[in-house]
Design a protein around this ligand. Structure first.
Ligand SMILES: C[S@@+](CC[C@H](N)C(=O)[O-])C[C@H]1O[C@@H](n2cnc3c(N)ncnc32)[C@H](O)[C@@H]1O
Length: 383
């Protein structure tokens, strides 16, 4: 994990300082790193589907390998690429933060350097919460480490999970996909990043992946049943899906949330924003049912208490709580709320800061013992 973060640090120093640079760097970099990974796009197989891939920026060198030919003429391909590139590069600046301009729907959170740091911190926090596991679905290491194992990470962000998986399973091929080019240039040879909107039709072969993973996709996905059903189509029989997300909303077991809590109000606003965006924050509670309806078996929910602040007795959970507290005090609230509060609810950024100042005071208060749920759901495509 340390290694993955160090990799991003060195790469993003130049690659992600601005959207323009990060897009260009990421797309250029993937030419170096992609050739070892077959993303299943456009190759002939009994599983082939329509691979027009109109929206996909496939971050691979396609000069030599017929399996990466997306099937359009060179000139069309280059004009397609430059028009999408400029769309990805542009980004949208709102109240001093940068948001992606690519994708079917607006995404509620920023993609600038501050947010990438937050994403990496989150990764360490979740790893600690899960006792150093990168996933909890009961997938055998053997299944993920054969020569033809393939793993897809949806909304990969900085790619930190994908990179750690690539290090842990050197014989697997990992694809991280995101609407923003915020991934590093230097990655393990079995890891590749692509720019795509996971709410569009996936351009991969059917029955191609062993594992489809998505974490913290709040305000990123509107249509979970469709996403889950696409995962089913593109998983091999016996393959697994795991979705995970924090469900915001302060909980306490010892009644320490004060009346008129600013923290509770911040959570209420976030729910309102997400609801209006069409991406409700309690969506994870519906995943298990949606997985069963899509055909998955062995579906399980696992819900973890994620403490806010270093109040738990266990040393491990105290550290988790400290990381959560740092994350929130160092811009987490703003990352969740700034775009939605100003653009969706029509509020003023200054007013939001007043609400958040109150919330942050509670977050620092050692007598307030709150937690949120970290919700994981996994299921297996029947053999
Ligand atoms: C909060 S970050 C989580 C990153 C990563 N999954 C992790 O846990 O470290 C969510 C990511 O989803 C990406 N995203 C949002 N909407 C998306 C979409 N429709 N398709 C692909 N990626 C999307 C964002 O650009 C962002 O990088």
């Amino acid at each position: 994990m340390q290694q993955a973060q160090a990799v991003r640090r060195s790469a993003t120093a130049e690659a992600a300082a601005s959207t323009t640079e990060s897009s260009a760097a990421s797309l250029a970099s993937t030419a170096q790193v992609g050739s070892a990974v077959d993303s299943g796009i456009g190759s002939s197989s009994e599983y082939d589907q329509d691979n027009s891939g109109h929206h996909l920026l496939h971050a691979q060198d396609d000069t030599s390998d017929a399996s990466t030919d997306e099937g359009y003429a060179d000139s069309d391909a280059s004009s397609f690429l430059s028009s999408i590139l400029s769309e990805v590069r542009r980004g949208v600046e709102i109240e001093g933060r940068l948001y992606p301009s690519y994708g079917k729907h607006d995404y509620g959170m920023p993609i600038d350097e501050k947010e990438l740091d937050r994403n990496d911190l989150q990764h360490h926090k979740y790893s600690l919460l899960l006792k150093d596991r990168l996933f909890v679905a009961p997938i055998s290491e053997e299944q993920l480490n054969t020569g033809n194992s393939r793993i897809l990470d949806l909304g990969t962000g900085t790619g930190i999970w994908a990179i750690d998986m690539a290090d842990k399973f050197p014989h697997a091929e990992i694809i991280g996909v995101d609407i923003a080019a915020t991934q590093p240039s230097f990655v393990p040879p079995n890891c590749v990043f692509e720019i795509d909107d996971v709410e569009e039709d996936w351009p991969y072969r059917q029955a191609h992946f062993d594992f489809v993973h998505g974490r913290d996709l709040m305000t990123a996905v509107r249509d979970w049943p469709r996403l889950i059903s696409q995962a089913y189509t593109h998983l091999k029989p016996g393959g697994w899906i795991q979705l995970a997300s924090t469900i915001p909303g302060a909980l306490t077991d010892d009644d320490t949330i004060p009346p008129n809590s600013g923290y509770v109000e911040a959570g209420r606003l976030y729910y309102e924003v997400a609801q209006k965006m069409g991406a409700p924050l309690d969506a994870p509670r519906g995943w298990a049912e949606q997985m069963r309806s899509a055909g998955f078996s062995n579906v399980q929910d696992e819900v973890y208490k994620l403490p806010m602040g270093p109040w738990p007795r266990s040393k491990r959970l105290r550290t988790v709580g400290k990381l959560e507290q740092i994350m929130i005090l160092d811009g987490g609230f703003e990352a969740y709320l700034l775009r939605g509060y100003t653009q969706v609810l029509g509020g003023r950024a200054e007013d939001l800061q007043i609400i958040l100042a109150l919330a942050k005071r509670e977050v620092r208060d050692p007598n307030v013992h709150t937690y949120v749920h970290f919700h994981i759901t996994y299921g297996q495509k029947p053999l």
